[in-house]
Ligand binder design. Structure first.
Ligand SMILES: [Zn+2]
Length: 383
């Protein structure tokens, strides 16, 4: 059951309700227990990330726009829709070991389980389902899942890159099985390639995965534009490998020239976003140059796209390791999602402007051109 905790919404008069519906409320999924997943000291993925986001939201003027929704916990049967039973059992065994020995278990080079991690990862996965359910409310236009551990590197059969279960993949599958959506669009703007999500849906035409990421960069083995899907999923996996040093302008150029036209041609039933903020110029996990303004502009593009297609949006937190930049960028995203598309440029508020140029503009144009040429055989809008 959803636990909406926004009494202000319930007290609105009919006229105000209509206005708020057009502006769009955002269901916001967070839980104190997301902080109980522990990593080693100095590990970049920590509970401080969520604490910073909470503080920034509390200091923003967003509170009347957000509807706090309590996530449910995913059950084994829920996880099996994406992950193999053998992998889930491996995680369960690791969890028992972490609990009985009261210590961190290292699953791979950078992914760890603490005594409460399994419980938290199931809550994170369950938040994906709750977010999709919340979009069924007429007055909710989008959802933001402020979750940890993140998910987009997790594969069906193994953890990777701080991720245990692939939250957005679980949400995509849930949206089509429970809401009947035939076309699910996933846009991944985390600086790292969403290799887990790509792998899970590589043969699947019902889930179109578009990733814009720094390339080359971790995880190194994936993310080039030639990885374009397989079988019935051919053409439904689109990687936009951006050169290091790409700034606000380059990210917006990639969106305007590729993401927006292809998405409009696909005509999705719902848009899910792997919202990572580690392409921020202040984030030490990348060499990209996106500003907080830049993320606000990207989210504004997302809102315009969703409204033009008359679909709803759910964003899932992935990376972002400079806590201040992360928190400010999440607020910028929520601000953009709270506005009606036609109000993105209002006279009362100064219009956001892209700030940063691209270090290698010719390389960037060359990459975007390569992507357009490669995918023009699948998508008329790129011809
Ligand atoms: Zn990342």
């Amino acid at each position: 059951m959803l636990l909406f905790t926004c009494p202000y919404v319930l007290s609105l008069s009919a006229d105000r309700s209509i206005k708020f519906y057009s502006m769009g409320l955002i269901s916001y999924l967070n839980h104190n227990n997301f902080r109980l997943h522990e990593n080693p000291v100095m590990h970049p993925e920590s509970a401080d990330r969520l604490n910073a986001i909470d503080k920034a939201i509390a200091e923003s003027n967003l509170l009347s726009t957000l509807v706090n929704v309590t996530p449910r916990t995913a059950q084994n049967a829920d996880l099996c829709t994406i992950h193999s039973q053998s992998y889930i059992e491996h995680i369960e065994k690791s969890a028992h070991m972490a609990q009985s020995e009261n210590k961190l278990i290292q699953l791979d080079g950078d992914t760890f389980m603490s005594p409460r991690t399994y419980e938290v990862a199931k809550l994170a996965a369950g938040a994906s389902f709750t977010a999709i359910d919340s979009l069924e409310q007429d007055n909710i236009s989008s959802a933001f899942v402020a979750v940890r551990p993140p998910g987009h590197h997790a594969m069906a059969q193994r953890q990777m890159g701080f991720c245990i279960f692939n939250n957005i993949a679980l949400a995509a599958d849930y949206a089509r099985k429970h809401l009947g959506h035939k076309k699910v669009l996933i846009i991944d703007w985390d600086v790292h390639h969403g290799n887990g999500t790509q792998d899970i849906f590589y043969n699947d035409p019902e889930v179109f995965f578009i990733s814009m990421h720094q390339y080359p960069h971790w995880p190194y083995k994936t993310g080039w534009l030639s990885e374009d899907g397989a079988g019935d999923g051919k053409g439904f996996n689109l990687n936009i490998p951006l050169p290091p040093g790409t700034g606000d302008k380059g990210h917006l150029m990639a969106w305007d020239s590729i993401v927006a036209p292809v998405s409009a041609e696909y005509k999705p039933d719902i848009i899910l976003v792997s919202a990572g903020y580690d392409a921020h110029q202040s984030d030490y996990m990348s060499n990209q140059n996106v500003t907080t303004n830049g993320f606000g502009l990207l989210a504004g593009r997302l809102q315009n796209l969703a409204q033009s297609l008359d679909v709803k949006t759910a964003c899932f937190l992935e990376g972002g390791y400079n806590t201040e930049a992360l928190a400010d960028s999440v607020v910028a995203t929520l601000n953009a999602l709270s506005k009606d598309a036609k109000d993105q440029k209002t006279k009362s508020e100064p219009e956001l402007q892209p700030i940063t140029d691209d270090q290698s503009p010719e390389e960037l144009k060359s990459r975007l051109s390569l992507v357009q040429k490669h995918f023009a055989k699948y998508w008329q809008s790129l011809k």
